[in-house]
Ligand binder design. Sequence first.
Ligand SMILES: Cc1cc2nc3c(=O)[nH]c(=O)nc-3n(C[C@H](O)[C@H](O)[C@H](O)COP(=O)(O)OP(=O)(O)OC[C@H]3O[C@@H](n4cnc5c(N)ncnc54)[C@H](O)[C@@H]3O)c2cc1C
Length: 492
Amino acid sequence: MIRTGEQYRESIRDGREVWMNGEKIKDVPTHPAFKPLVDIRARIYDMAHDPATSATMTYTDEESGELNAVQQKPPRTRQDWEDKRAATDAVLTDVGGVVTRVGDETIGEVWSLIDGQDVLNQINPAYAENVKRHIDLACFGDPFHVSANTDPKGDRSKRPQDQDPDMLLHAVRETDRGIVVRGAKYETAAAYSNQAFAKPTIANWGDSELSDYALGFMLDMGAPGLKYICRTGFAGSAKPVEDYPVSNRFDEVDTLVVFDDVEIPWENILFYRDTKAATFIRATLHRYSAYAFTQRNLRLADLMIGAALWNVKQTGLEKQQAVQEKLATLACYREGINAHLTAAIAMAEPSPGGLLMPNQSLLYTGRVLACSQLHEMMHIARELCGGQICITPDKASFDDPETGPWLEKFYSVNEHWVAEDRRKLLAYARDLLNSDYAGHRLTFQLFAQSPPFAHLGAVYRNFGWDGPLDLVKDAAGLSDNVLATLGRKAAK
Ligand SMILES: Cc1cc2nc3c(=O)[nH]c(=O)nc-3n(C[C@H](O)[C@H](O)[C@H](O)COP(=O)(O)OP(=O)(O)OC[C@H]3O[C@@H](n4cnc5c(N)ncnc54)[C@H](O)[C@@H]3O)c2cc1C
């Protein structure tokens, strides 16, 4: 099924308790800090119905004959991946900027559950039906689904049991209806979403097979006992939209979601007290969703290139070789990401659950390339835009009768570049590269899909190390004895 934007807006009016800046929010969809992103999420729903975009955003499910969202479809063919990439591009183009946690980037965790069904079933068959039902609901019920992994964690040199136990989300007791959990999770978009797949953060379980912290469940965001304490929003603040056009339109509000004894019904439990299940889920979590995440870096790269190039064109600097080299460096970054995304689908691999995963080595190395170089690329783009992005007065000064004429004079470059266009471009570039929001976006790409060491860990686990080892074994003339260290025998 496909929902409408209005149905989505109504679905988050469920009495949830949301705070920002010490204010309890009465109506999330209309509050100035949330409205821009709620409107974007609603627009994504409406794009599925809009005759101009519905073909890109929907498909008809062969089994049910129902219309569903392309971005939620469990991927089985390369064409499915091409369609997903096109749908995400259509969304980012339609909304005119980068938004990440709007559903297509988190649903991949549910496809990982499809792959994990057999393993989870072997570990504990009690929850197999729940896993299956929730996969269907998430993929075909069109909820706005987000991700809950990261706890406050507290003092990492201590076991959770040796400090305030709520530093990590844990089960406190069982009831007839389910499990009562306490703790907290950091979640982007939580306050305006419908559900989250909650599971433990990266953890070292040691020898424990059972742990009250090893929990996986589907969380209904309207559940009683949840408290959404949001960080200060960038949108609707004192900074006018004309001066901060990105902050005011694309802020994806991050939230500390407090679980104050929240009862999770048995039918929503996916695994319980099982460290093996928790370890398995963590290891496969991003095998699909890293694609949509990395695609956002590609769009960011295009926006940076556009902002930098318009700036150097405006100031007549683009003919300088040193300037061209910097633009070429940005293009290499952009095309590096593009190449990884394209090749990951061209060389896609079957998954254990019968789906088609992006080539894992190419996907994870692409994510490291995109995220680990972003700060450098932002810096190059910032440099190309020049220092004026941080010293230009605001729109009010351009409009003021006393200061306006001076700014008109100094910001008019030639007959093609009038002061208002220069002001707009510098304001845009500032908000993309230099503002509080720009720093936030950089940190988001650094951490939101786990921290850099985990990105490299995924590369380590998925790169084909045997190729280089075999090459050097032959090139150096090593004996077959060394193969034993790899657990392999010599080919006859
Ligand atoms: C903007 C933003 C949005 C986010 N959105 C979400 C979300 O929607 N859902 C969600 O679940 N989480 C979200 N997160 C949380 C994110 O997953 C965490 O920030 C991330 O997992 C790192 O955890 P931490 O911040 O507690 O850092 P820490 O665990 O304190 O790590 C800090 C640094 O310490 C080092 N370090 C820590 N542990 C190790 C280790 N074992 N090995 C090597 N080095 C280590 C690394 O350098 C690491 O970067 C978001 C984060 C940000 C910044």
